[in-house]
Design a protein around this ligand. Structure first.
Ligand code: PLP
Length: 394
């Protein structure tokens, strides 16, 4: 007799225990309703600039359709190395200290898996990007959340990091400019955190995917801080700055031995990022600066519109210094973040993400992406203002 397969018993219990993404739930609802303006997705509304697409077309015309080296095209790694050197003064050897990944997503997964032993604790400032805790858990680690609050401008403090450290702490995950809050970290505060990191011999994984989208000052690249290059894995990519989410290219930069360890996992799993996408990414770094800066100017303009719209609605919104998200407080409406997002979607057809999708400190907030056209933003805010007024906010 053949036993019936019971998949629920076969699935790895860690995977089974992962909560479904709070963002995904809203995307699924949005696709089922007609006429929705979505300010929910964390993705540029721009199409990848034409010259970058041509970089891909060129690679196809030339018949470059094979695997690249596991570490990625040397030409692209050299361009990344130059970019990091000229922008932040941090130098990485393109041959030994850089790995091209399938987006920052793969870089995060590889870094976690190459570092984490069962039970190692990973400090994650919260609210945080939805993948950090699941990636930690799938690597066998234990996510330890450090709450941040609007009173602190959603910035992490050295004291809070130190208070969360135990003998099992191994990694501190940083993401500035931040998703979902838009918070940026002044250099002085990062310096204070880096002292704690060095004192306790921690490793930093720094996800700087929004580095180019910084509006209120200079971005500080974590490995550029004294003593931090040797203990930081820098993750970055092309999705946000160059409007290339669908291309799936990112990179990791760090210690040569560690990059070799990440490459080992990458070569047995992903092999390499798609060659056409790597060629396009090389073109983005070669000739993409002015196009990228124009997109950043547009985001900044929209950022001002969004701040003004929330203030006119009577909702307090912390001023985001980077990325393309606003994180307004909605508690004045008397609704929870999920109720707010669900009712706004059903009653006014505007999609936002409830703040609690990013962790418990996100309760009382919603994430509003302003990577949308000015016309869509204007209409979405007309509808939102009507909804908020209806909730009794003056
Ligand atoms: N890190 C953060 C903070 C993000 O917000 C995102 C996407 O939204 C990613 C990583 C994933 O980036 P990629 O498209 O390079 O995989």
């Amino acid at each position: 007799m053949i036993n019936k397969m019971e998949w629920s018993k076969m699935i790895n219990p860690t995977v089974r225990s992962l909560p479904p993404s709070g963002i995904r739930k809203f995307f699924d609802m949005v696709t089922e309703i007609k006429g929705v303006i979505s300010l929910g997705v964390g993705e540029p509304d721009f199409v990848t600039p034409w010259h970058i697409r041509e970089g891909c077309i060129y690679s196809l015309e030339k018949g470059y359709t094979m695997y690249t080296s596991n570490q990625g095209l040397l030409e692209l790694r050299e361009a990344i190395s130059r970019e990091l050197d000229t922008t932040y003064g941090v130098t990485y050897d393109a041959r030994r200290e850089l790995l091209v990944t399938v987006g920052v997503s793969e870089g995060l997964d590889l870094a976690m898996r190459a570092l984490t032993c069962p039970g190692d604790e990973v400090l994650i400032p919260e609210p945080s990007y939805v993948s950090y805790a699941p990636c930690t858990m799938m690597a066998g680690g234990v996510p330890v959340h450090i709450p941040t609050s609007v009173e602190d401008n959603f910035r992490l403090t050295a004291d809070r990091v130190e208070a969360a450290i135990t003998p099992r702490t191994k990694i501190l995950l940083l993401c500035y400019p931040n998703n979902p809050t838009g918070a940026v970290m002044p250099k002085k505060e990062l310096l204070a955190i880096s002292e704690v990191v060095r004192k306790h011999n921690l490793i930093v994984i720094s996800d700087e995917i929004y580095d180019k989208l910084t509006y209120t000052g200079e971005h500080t690249c974590v490995p550029s801080l004294p003593g931090m290059r040797e203990r930081t894995i820098l993750l970055n990519g092309f999705s946000k700055a160059y409007a290339m989410t669908g291309w799936r290219v990112g990179y990791a930069a760090g210690n040569a031995d560690f990059i070799a360890a990440m490459t080992k996992i990458h070569q047995y799993t992903m092999l390499c990022a798609p060659i056409t996408a790597q060629m396009a990414a090389a073109e983005a770094l070669k000739n993409g600066r002015s196009g990228m800066q124009q997109m950043v100017q547009q985001y900044n303009r929209r950022r001002h519109l969004v701040m003004q719209a929330f203030s006119e609605m009577g909702l307090h919104c912390f001023e985001p210094g980077g990325a393309f998200y606003a994180f307004p407080e909605i508690s004045a409406t008397g609704l929870t973040s999920e109720e707010f997002a669900e009712r706004l979607l059903m009653e006014e057809k505007v999609a936002l993400v409830p703040g609690n999708a990013f962790g418990p400190s996100g309760e009382g907030f919603v994430r509003c992406s302003y990577a949308a056209s000015v016309d869509d933003l204007a209409e979405a805010f007309r509808r939102m203002a009507r909804f908020v007024k209806h909730c009794g906010v003056k």
